[in-house]
Design a protein around this ligand. Sequence first.
Ligand code: FAD
Length: 555
Amino acid sequence: MPAVQHMKWYGWGVEGVSFHHEDKPGLRPFVLEIIDLDLDTPPGRQTQLSDLDIPTPLIGDELLGRLRAVVGDENAVSEDEDRVVHTYGKSIRDLMRLRGNDLPRVPDVVVYPADEAEVQQVVDAAIAADAVLIPFGGGSNIAGSLQAPEAETRPVISLDLGRLTRVLDVDEEAGLARIQAGALGPDLEEQLNARGWTLGHFPDSFTHSTLGGWVATRSSGMQSDKYGDIADITRGLRMVMPGRVLVLRGLPSTSSGPSVREMVLGSEGRLGVITEVTVQVHRIPEERVILGYLFPSFEAGVAAMQEISTSDASPSVTRVSDAGETRFSFSTRKKSKGVSVSGLVSKGLFKVLERRGWDLDAVCLSFVGYEGGPEHVARQKAIVKKIIGKHGGIGLGKGPGELYDQKKFDTPYIRDFLLDRGAAADVSETAAPWSQLVPMYDNVTAAARKAFAQIGVQGWVMCHLSHSYHSGACLYFTFAFRHDDQEPLARYDVVKSAIQQAFIDTHGTLSHHHGVGTEHAPWLEQDISAAGVQMMEGLFAGVDPGRNLNPGKIT
Ligand code: FAD
């Protein structure tokens, strides 16, 4: 097997790294209060790989021999663990199914091509043998974008891009870099940083997701306000299709008909295998700082973020948490004095808040990030300070922002920790116009609470705004409840569906940056209309009439 880094088969991240709560004294009482779960409860028995019923590979010697001839015996693997790692992504549904030994269709072989020529030969061999081919980046998607259809009787090949990790070239004048699609976030940032550049794309899954995966799911990073979503960052690409290569050169813009680049963005492996992406890169900024702020209410924070988005300031991060997420953030502080605002701010500031008459339970934490030369940063900060003051907010300085910045890639580990203890925690996110955001927030939180009541659990829902645009922003909801192994997936579905439907009912999209997959497909027609779905189906059928390329995703 080649030396490609994969996540744990049963959860997030790498072996040996996990979440623990002992150094966060505020977390246990908080979780006990909100979902009635005692974090000191020992975890249940972990499912072992040997517990799984892994179906025997369904692949004939002829196809296997052909694939081995292309990539070499050691790069066409049918070991149990490798096949299981490539079966699902990392949604809560994926993790529950894995841990519940629910593996109806596992890839029959995992291939690791070394270059585009090998990818082409693998794709062509798959089509010739009427096999299914599923491109695999980091396996971090949470939209159900990887699993083969349960009833699939054809051989299933997982094509792992893990050997295509190089920055090939940087056009120093244009700031355009050609990068192989299998590069994980740290791989490509390290190579770019060595030449003084950065991509500026930092999703929470940065450490375990790839450039090709970002493009194929229309990803967004936490600094997207400055650098753009991956859809903006991607200026060109190469994609292997059956019998040919799609070549889109890196261009600042073009009017050459409907955008083929946009057709590939978000295509989730349905059109081919992206092998290389030409991306806009930027010089590493001289200064980078994230400042913390507090608002008296979520509405005030949203209004301030809206005004910032239309002001002369151009921050890299705009984020505001609701009161619930603010309390959660405080609870995860090391040596925290509590989960209320009194545990976070100095005595002096606490008195100011009391004097201003703030309801301390409604306080909302916000972060705004600034990047660039010292003068630019100072000017942005001054503009934002004025706007924040106008909306009743106050500054907290650098401390909370530094903390947020340091622990941002650790947060994903908490979901497994809760799952081990009988609680489901997951996210749903959307984007909507500014005019709809507060009504949507109210609608979604009410729908989630109604769903918790319907399934008879004490649930928790919290939210933050991030990724601001001129016309609107992304709202990102996290929800959790204790399921005690009582129909966890059926109960999860009730809550997840209620939230997704509330998005659509309040002018939101089915997802701002996680894609469609199978998880969000039921809402596609309501999102883009029947005519939009028909256009997509025509595109997929035109490129892939045999439904060999990651069938069953999106439509
Ligand atoms: P995979 O999961 O391997 O694949 C995703 C889809 O893309 C599949 O359909 C696959 O077939 C296809 N694909 C992958 N590579 C290629 C290729 N080279 N050519 C063609 N198709 C391909 N997303 C965000 O945008 N922002 C976030 O902040 C964020 N945070 C997350 C945090 C956590 C804890 C988790 C679990 C997920 C998060 N995600 C986030 C979701 C996920 O990381 C993204 O969807 C990511 O873009 C997937 O990339 P990947 O390389 O892991 O792709």
